[in-house]
Design a protein around this ligand. Structure first.
Ligand SMILES: C[S@@+](CC[C@H](N)C(=O)[O-])C[C@H]1O[C@@H](n2cnc3c(N)ncnc32)[C@H](O)[C@@H]1O
Length: 373
């Protein structure tokens, strides 16, 4: 039997597309196109399940169902009615239809959603929405063509299922993992986050170091599709389990001067079962001395906008520069996530941007910190 291939689109936070494309390649999946906000690939259900299970930087994965021309509502209805909705929607399920329209005759997004719902009802019988499942459907009208996509992920993929407690403006898990991958972190050298907050960098580093699949603890929208292949999913989980390492090759350290942050990291680390993999300590980064040579330090210091401006921020960046220099002298590399503003100059170090992205609505960069020559 010939394998049914689909086009898929991995949605990423803008700025992380190339990191995600490399993740796909590492899974043995060749990306077709990298565009702003995501990466396209082709494959069967195995590739779709694998991508949901393993991609650390993906926000969600969509199935490209169709791309139909439509300049009026009757034609849109007729063309949408012919699509194979039954592959993705169980009878009785509700649909959450999200519409965007640009440069098209059909601009009324609410009406476009109604027409799509009527087309689904015609195809499936009346969807009374009484089932417990809600399937997300995305319609994008552009130049009088309607691109139809089905969500395969469900909850946003940054929800790995381990974050119990959040403190102090946490980074999304997908962004933290992307920063680690952009710094070529693979677990083979020591890692330090000296401003750990809720521990996102340290936990994502441990998942990478132990080769744990980020999606192994959660459910996905595709599990509610009529032709869900639970045997295939179980097989991928078993394969993932087989690839896991029982311990980290090099230490992972998380430090913060706020006891509440350390308590949060402790709870999150316990939730994900990584107690043995991450060493926690409560203290000021200024007291840090490198215990081992050669490692990677990444941190996300406060930058005022989110944590409240205060006069000590410049002094904090100055101290950060001093700690970095101490580590650099033993062979460590360092990067910070912060706005490309005057603050970073306070470290007294040079910086080179590795990634540029938005963190909670603030433009920030992952800056590799370098000693001034
Ligand atoms: C923006 S938060 C980090 C968020 C973290 N990346 C996460 O995802 O949860 C900054 C953290 O730096 C910590 N911090 C500030 N000054 C510090 C210092 N001198 N030494 C150690 N930690 C410090 C704060 O307590 C706060 O938890």
């Amino acid at each position: 039997m010939q394998k049914q291939l689909n086009y898929y689109f991995v949605v990423t936070a803008p700025g992380f597309e190339k990191v995600c494309a490399q993740e796909l390649i590492n899974l043995g999946i060749q990306p077709i196109k990298v565009i702003r906000g995501g990466v396209e690939f082709e494959g069967g259900l195995r590739e779709l399940y694998l991508a949901n299970l393993w991609l650390r930087t993906a926000s969600r994965i969509l199935v490209r169902l169709a791309d139909v021309a439509a300049r009026d509502f009757p034609v849109l209805f007729q063309r949408l009615s012919r699509l194979p909705w039954g592959r993705f929607i169980k009878p009785g399920s509700a649909c959450d239809i999200r519409v965007a329209s640009l440069s098209s005759r059909l601009t009324h997004t609410g009406r476009i959603a109604e027409v799509c719902q009527s087309a689904i009802d015609k195809c499936m019988g009346d969807q009374d929405g009484s089932g417990s499942v809600t399937q997300k459907v995305y319609l994008r009208m552009s130049d009088n063509r309607c691109q139809v996509s089905i969500d395969s992920s469900g909850d946003h993929l940054h929800r790995r299922g381990y974050r119990q407690i959040r403190v102090a403006a946490p980074l999304r898990e997908t962004l933290a993992a992307g920063c680690l991958l952009a710094c070529e972190y693979d677990g083979s050298r020591p890692f330090l986050d000296m401003m750990a907050g809720s521990g996102t960098f340290a936990i994502e580093a441990a998942l990478i170091a132990l080769h744990q699949a980020p999606g192994k603890r959660r459910n996905f929208a595709f599990m509610d599709w009529p032709k869900y292949r639970s045997g295939l999913w179980q097989q991928l989980l078993v394969e993932a389990q087989r690839e896991e390492k029982s311990s980290t090759q090099a230490p992972i350290l998380a430090i913060d001067n706020n006891p509440k942050a350390i308590a949060a990291v402790q709870a999150n680390v316990a939730e994900v079962g990584l107690e043995g993999a991450i060493k926690l300590s409560c203290g000021n980064m200024q007291q840090l001395q490198p215990q081992v040579a050669d490692g990677l330090m990444i941190c996300n210091p406060p930058y005022g906008e989110r944590l409240g401006k205060n006069a000590t921020l410049e002094a904090l960046y100055n101290d950060l520069g001093k700690v970095c220099r101490r580590y650099f002298s033993t062979g460590w590399k360092g990067a910070i996530v912060c706005p490309e503003s005057g603050l970073v100059k306070r470290t007294g170090l040079s910086s080179s941007p590795l990634l540029s992205f938005s963190n909670g609505g603030i433009r920030v960069a992952l800056l590799e910190m370098l000693e001034k020559s």
